[in-house]
Design a binder for this molecule. Structure first.
Ligand SMILES: Cc1cc2nc3c(=O)[nH]c(=O)nc-3n(C[C@H](O)[C@H](O)[C@H](O)COP(=O)(O)O)c2cc1C
Length: 180
């Protein structure tokens, strides 16, 4: 009887410590200038989640105007650049939090490649975007097309200039989508 009681208490305590549905969360992001990385790292810290950065095979130009010119061309042509990042154990995760800068009103091409290359069936996906004034633009709609039959949760956006002080808004969002 004592053993049963002990197991029960242990079970309840574990359930209380884990996120509400005890789900395994992976943060996957692309960042060119660092803003999206700041948000991704904060999410990782708040949830104790795993994190993976998407790295393109060929880095984008470090010059802003050159990068914008390339991004414009790629987004117009729906070009999907090759990425170095392969996530072999995506199947281990229940929830994938996908982070991208808003590039030309949509998700950055390397993040689009990640979404295209992986199967999200049975997964729950939520998007976080950093932007320079355009907000979510078409990021969520385009992400949904690429992630196929996943279950989608509410997206969140952060102005690039506000990422350093985004902790409370991140916490609020994570609570809203049931991860905290
Ligand atoms: C190539 C490129 C295209 C961009 N296009 C947009 C855009 O269409 N709308 C917008 O609001 N911000 C745009 N931005 C600004 C970025 O979304 C913003 O600075 C973001 O926080 C950058 O994230 P990062 O530092 O993780 O790369 C663009 C930036 C770059 C480099």
């Amino acid at each position: 009887m004592k053993n049963v009681l002990f197991t029960l208490v242990l079970f309840i305590m574990t359930a209380m410590c884990a996120n509400s549905q005890n789900q395994k969360v992976l943060v996957v992001y692309y960042s060119w200038g660092g803003n999206t990385r700041v948000v991704a790292e904060k999410i990782k810290a708040q949830l104790g989640a795993d994190i993976v950065e998407i790295v393109p095979e060929t880095a984008y130009p470090t010059d802003y105007s050159e990068c914008v010119a390339q991004a414009r061309k790629e987004t117009k042509e729906n070009f999907r650049p090759a990425i170095k990042t392969k996530i072999d154990n995506l199947g281990d995760y229940d929830v994938i939090l996908v982070g991208t800068p808003n590039w030309c009103s949509t998700i950055a091409p390397p993040e689009a490649t990640f979404l295209m290359e992986n199967n999200f069936e049975g997964k729950t996906v939520a998007l976080f975007v950093t932007h320079g004034g355009g907000g979510l633009s078409r990021c969520e709609t385009d992400m949904r097309k690429l992630a196929g039959n996943a279950k989608f949760l509410k997206s969140v956006v952060f102005a690039g200039s506000s990422v350093a002080s985004s902790d409370d808004d991140i916490a609020k969002w994570l609570k809203e989508i049931g991860l905290k």
